[in-house]
Design a protein. Structure first.
Length: 285
């Protein structure tokens, strides 16, 4: 066991969406998969697909330590970490409660970083590992109403870039996945959080447009650019099995177009483009 290289896969956030699709695909294709979620019952059925269900809350230190220790006892190390757990909270930055800001950073950034810290010693010992961080096209460009979510994903991008340099010499690859619109419950969750804000009537019209834009990305004409979570799962498998994986994988045509547009346009020109999609709050009617 001491000389064996563990390629056991630990995936966070497997109760639905990308995490679940990735767990099912990897297990089906012969990978040793630990599919985790905060509530064990949410992933218990994945045992039927060849996964080992695991309780893991990325906002709880003892939960993360216990999960990593369990895998290390069985395999020596976590060989592949897929940091998928995360969510989006939309709304005007002025109106998002700080408790919600902290919760989103705790889930999307701090939990991701801490779990990565916990698995890296094992990866370094065996001189092999893959850390896959689920970012977003929202880690490369920013849309109105999504400032808090975008901030978490920009943080994931920065951490990943630094980490990639720091651990490469130990045989560890750090890979960023940047999906666009994916057909999951993400949109419904984001709309529900906008509805829960309430807030100033000065932002009422903006909140309505924001909900329309979110809904349109998943149900309207723009939904033609959305893909299912199984597409992301396939890209993740490609990344973790590649001898020399790319540093970033952008998923969906819409994501590539918007990231490219943001890269090409100066700030004020991109703001002008956004004004064709959103009426700025406080602007004269």
């Amino acid at each position: 066991m001491a000389n064996a290289v563990s390629k056991a896969v630990l995936i966070t956030g497997c109760s639905t969406g990308i995490g679940r699709a990735t767990a099912e695909r990897l297990a089906r294709n012969g990978h040793t998969v630990y599919a985790s979620a905060r509530r064990l019952e949410a992933v218990a059925d994945l045992a039927q697909h060849g996964c080992t269900p695991l309780a893991l809350d990325v906002c709880d230190e003892s939960s993360m330590q216990a999960a990593v220790a369990e895998i290390e006892r069985a395999h020596g190390a976590v060989g592949v970490l897929i940091n998928n757990a995360g969510y989006g909270s939309e709304g005007p930055a002025e109106e998002v409660p700080m408790s919600e800001v902290r919760r989103q950073f705790e889930t999307n950034v701090f939990g991701l970083l801490r779990l990565t810290q916990l698995v890296l010693p094992g990866m370094r010992r065996q001189r092999w590992g893959k850390v896959v961080n689920l970012s977003s096209m929202g880690g490369r460009m920013t849309l109105p109403g999504g400032g808090i979510y975008h901030a978490t994903k920009y943080a994931v991008e920065a951490l990943s870039d630094a980490l990639r340099f720091e651990v490469r010499g130990f045989g560890v690859d750090v890979i960023i996945i940047e999906p666009g619109a994916i057909k999951t419950e993400f949109g419904n969750t984001a709309i529900a959080r906008v509805d829960a804000l309430g807030g100033s009537p000065d932002y009422a019209a903006f909140r309505d447009v924001l909900k329309q834009q979110i809904r349109g990305a998943y149900e309207g004409p723009m939904a033609a650019f959305a893909v299912g979570p199984e597409v992301v799962a396939k890209v993740i498998e490609t990344a973790i099995t590649a001898r020399r994986p790319r540093t970033r994988y952008v998923i969906t045509l819409g994501a590539r177009v918007l990231i490219g547009l943001r890269r090409l346009l100066p700030d004020r020109a991109f703001d002008a483009f956004l004004r064709t999609q959103f009426a700025p709050p406080g602007s004269a009617s």
